[in-house]
Design a protein around this ligand. Structure first.
Ligand code: ADP
Ligand code: ADP
Length: 234
């Protein structure tokens, strides 16, 4: 059975007269699959991500993740967005460790194995080029650095599902390509199921098994392409 099952999902913001942001979206994602979602601005990509992660309820249709209907924020998902949502009153490492405080069973383990989890957070920060920035606060870092810290936060609890909405948009091309490798390594090592929204077709081709193309007016999935470009393997 697929890990993510989206069937006949529609989303209308603001009641019956509101914007139809997504219609009849149907999609299955296998466990361990890496899919990319591309399409013009406003075609409903972020909306799709919000529905799968349970941040918004769908107007119609249903979303099932790991065999369970999604009816509230999904704790098994790691999420990172284009606009990093770090808590301004927490330093970087405490932001990265946030999911460990929220998601069972990590919450219990965190109490007894704090040093181990801190070391893991430090390793992730080094991996994305933020070694030494652990005690800084979000406002002391550039937008791109905050975005990289958000990626660490999405990965810290080794989620079975990774939902990434343009996580590298604010990065220069060199940093971005470094992070592709980081993400690819994580995926190959642990095989989370990944749904990545991107505007960058090279990024989609480099990382994903399958690319989903969406169209606007109103948002729907119009095509699926198996990626057959040669991809680097370590
Ligand atoms: P994308 O991520 O592909 O740019 P979105 O999912 O953000 O697309 O938006 C799809 C449509 O829904 C757009 O027309 C957008 O204006 C509208 N929309 C998105 N979020 C909201 C919201 N919170 N309230 C009202 N309309 C929204
Ligand atoms: P990005 O492209 O990741 O947003 P910037 O171009 O703004 O990054 O910053 C480039 C580099 O400048 C960073 O990788 C970092 O080494 C350094 N830098 C930025 N902000 C700070 C800071 N608050 N303290 C120390 N170094 C910083």
């Amino acid at each position: 059975r697929p890990f993510v099952e989206i069937s006949g999902v529609a989303m209308r913001y603001g009641g019956v007269e509101g914007t139809l942001a997504l219609q009849n979206a149907t999609l299955e994602v296998a466990k361990g699959e890496f899919i990319a979602v591309v399409g013009p601005s406003g075609c409903g990509k972020s909306t799709l991500m919000r529905l799968v992660t349970g941040l918004w309820p769908a107007t119609a249709g249903n979303v099932v993740v790991a065999g369970q209907e999604v009816d509230g924020p999904l704790s098994i998902a790691g999420m990172a967005f284009q606009n990093p949502t770090l808590l301004p009153w927490r330093n970087i490492i405490d932001n990265v460790m946030l999911p460990l405080e929220v998601v069972e069973p990590h919450r219990r383990q965190l109490r007894s194995q704090r040093a181990m989890y801190e070391a893991k957070a430090q390793d992730l920060l080094k991996l994305v080029g933020l070694g030494g920035f652990d005690k800084k606060f979000p406002h002391q870092l550039s937008g791109g650095m905050q975005q990289r810290a958000s990626l660490c936060r999405a990965l810290i609890h080794e989620p079975a599902l990774l939902m990434l909405d343009e996580p590298f948009a604010a990065l220069d091309i060199f940093t971005r390509e470094d992070l592709w490798s980081v993400l690819q390594d994580v995926w190959m090592a642990r095989r989370p199921t990944v749904i990545l929204v991107t505007h960058d077709l090279r990024e989609a081709a480099f990382l994903a098994d399958r690319v989903l193309v969406m169209s606007s007016r109103p948002g729907r999935i119009i095509a699926e392409r198996k990626v057959d470009l040669p991809r680097p393997r370590n």
